[in-house]
Design a binder for this molecule. Structure first.
Ligand SMILES: Cc1cc2nc3c(=O)[nH]c(=O)nc-3n(C[C@H](O)[C@H](O)[C@H](O)COP(=O)(O)O)c2cc1C
Length: 188
């Protein structure tokens, strides 16, 4: 089976982020789905402005290079006020420009997120799908993944303590693998 290199963005820069925990868990489980996950940091990106289009800041250029070098992108995001956090939107805007140099174009993607609430980031993910779709990124429609976090479910270093949750995450990662393979295969 082809092993794909997948970059992931965490839509939270909180030092105690539960989405960062989820991302670490996915990184650990990924080899079971023939995926190699690596973090693409968004915390050091400057706020995007069209002023950058003529002279892209070094951090933004490095960020765009990492997205373009990845076979696919996973976005692990919290929900802020029923949408995506501003830091994540800034990263997506940065990747999308300058006009004609959209790093997400044709890049397969998948979204997942966790919250302590029962609705578990569903609305943020819907907004995110809309953005990725506009960016011409083939995003995985199914299976959806809304992880309700509870105390101790995932440890600080990304160990999943509940077997059924770990099984679900591996099955989701396997679906991501299938989605990447389909998206990258040449049209006959
Ligand atoms: C500004 C703000 C807005 C929030 N809005 C939502 C929301 O709309 N839906 C939700 O499920 N949780 C919401 N939360 C709670 C987050 O799910 C919770 O803070 C979570 O821990 C954030 O993820 P993180 O720990 O990865 O940063 C909000 C939290 C903050 C700080």
């Amino acid at each position: 089976m082809t092993i794909y290199n997948v970059g992931y963005l965490v839509g939270s820069i909180s030092s105690t982020s539960i989405n960062r925990r989820l991302a670490r868990a996915l990184e650990k489980l990924a080899p079971q789905a023939d995926l190699n996950l690596s973090d693409i940091a968004i915390s050091d990106l400057p706020f995007y402005t069209v002023d950058h289009d003529g002279a892209i800041p070094a951090e933004a250029a490095a960020f765009k290079d990492k997205i373009e070098a990845s076979d696919a992108i996973i976005v692990v995001t919290p929900e802020y006020n029923r949408s995506v956090p501003g830091v994540l939107k800034n990263a997506l805007d940065t990747a999308s420009r300058p006009w004609g140099d959209n790093s997400f174009a044709g890049k397969p993607s998948a979204v997942i997120g966790t919250s302590s609430g029962a609705i578990g980031t569903a609305v943020a993910q819907q907004h995110l799908r809309s953005i990725l779709s506009f960016l011409a990124s083939p995003e995985m429609a199914q299976p959806e993944a809304y992880v309700q976090m509870r105390e101790g479910l995932i440890t600080e270093d990304g160990e999943v303590t509940d077997e059924s949750t770990a099984e679900f995450l591996v099955s989701w990662l396997k679906a991501v693998h299938t989605h990447i393979a389909k998206s990258l295969s040449p049209v006959s």
